[in-house]
Design a protein around this ligand. Sequence first.
Ligand code: FMN
Length: 324
Amino acid sequence: MKRTFSVAPMLDWTDRHYRYFARLISREALLYTEMVTTGAIIHGKGDYLAFNEEEHPLALQLGGSNPQDLAHCAKLAAERGYDEVNLNVGCPSDRVQNGRFGACLMAEPALVAECVTAMRDVVDIPVTVKTRIGIDEQDSYGFLTDFVGTVAEAGCDIFTIHARKAWLKGLSPKENREIPELNYDRAYQIKRDFSALNISVNGGVKSLDECEVHLQHLDGVMVGREAYQDPYMMAGVDSRLYGATSTPLSRAQVVERMIPYLERHIAQGGRANHVTRHMLGLFNGMPGARQWRRYLAQNAHLPGADAQILAAALASLPADAQAA
Ligand SMILES: Cc1cc2nc3c(=O)[nH]c(=O)nc-3n(C[C@H](O)[C@H](O)[C@H](O)COP(=O)(O)O)c2cc1C
């Protein structure tokens, strides 16, 4: 599994419908689930680990800090066929801090190391960590190297670094993705100082050109918001970042492939907009982008909306967009 390009874990966004859709655009990108807490998996009623086979390569992101619980969930994930288990050490929300996990774990490298060890003891798939470059006033390079060094000693050799720190008090999660300054050099320096580790950078990356710049310094790039809001940016991932010679599906072909998927979802009792809400940005930058977005937003939530809504939305676009 080459982790040159990955799509970030995003709560409410990178659910299995989005991931099925994203997989039609790039064969190679490594996809992450939304963060799933160990509590939800162990005590929840739903199946929080469900995914479509087509989604591989696929990583499960876990939220938690109890080594036994994490090990239990990692084992379930491996049995279900996930390709990787990732621990969230980046989320700054109050809810997550109350549960003593997410970004606040950066202050407890020994505990993160224990969690990694417990998970690695029970699975053969990679156990990886997604972290920030610091928290609050603890934002020196030394703080980051202590964290990475301690966790790496426990056997974690794959890290994704969101290249901004998090303020644990006073900023919302959204503000914590925008206000703290990006510092890519910190991630580059980690790669230089820990050259045996596989290091991906995350945060603020908006184009494949930018990915190529980061890849001169690092092993991988993780893209979040841009891959969601402008998903067709991923159409060049396989050829440009993985050297694939195959032609990506056109936007219209992606829509056509989503129709049977949506049919199945509706036949199982789902609603059209569970799926179509992730597709609103597909035509971004094209003539008809607004029409596409509007058609789906106005119609997909109506009772009785079926899979043909996608064909109808496509047919409502100008001819050049329909062929794009
Ligand atoms: C809606 C949303 C939900 C997110 N949920 C998670 C999450 O569950 N786990 C996580 O590690 N990061 C989460 N993030 C942070 C992203 O994974 C990523 O680190 C951040 O958006 C920065 O990357 P970007 O600038 O490419 O979007 C979320 C971000 C967004 C926008």
